[in-house]
Design a protein. Structure first.
Length: 119
């Protein structure tokens, strides 16, 4: 199973960006999909996750500003980021966990996409 993320870039404070991450490969199910981020010299942290049923969980720092969603038919997860702040600057990684067609568990990461919030 592989993940391909896209949508990062440079945006001014208060602006918006939308990240996408598509899963491909020998997928039987994707139980959870999520976004994490890692700023320079900091540990990777959870941003938001969503289950196959649509339940979501957000980091307190992004609640009310970011929205995670998924298209199960396309095996794709999105992160709509509004009211961006300089402290949101980081490399954003998508993650997916589930089962392959051979019923093996997987937990995979995308390649990371840079989000820079700066004037």
């Amino acid at each position: 199973v592989q993940l391909q993320a896209s949508g990062g870039g440079l945006v001014q404070p208060g602006g918006s960006l939308r990240l996408s991450c598509a899963a491909s490969g020998s997928i039987f199910s994707i139980n959870t999909m999520g976004w994490y981020r890692q700023a320079p010299e900091k540990q990777r942290e959870l941003v938001a996750v969503i289950t196959s049923g649509g339940s979501t969980n957000y980091a307190d720092s992004v609640k009310g500003r970011f929205t995670i969603s998924r298209d199960n038919a396309k095996n794709t997860v999105y992160l709509q980021m509004n009211s961006l702040k300089p402290e949101d600057t980081a490399v954003y990684y998508c993650n997916a966990a589930g089962y392959t067609l051979k019923r093996s568990k997987y937990n995979v990461w995308g390649q990371g996409t840079q989000v820079t919030v700066s004037s």
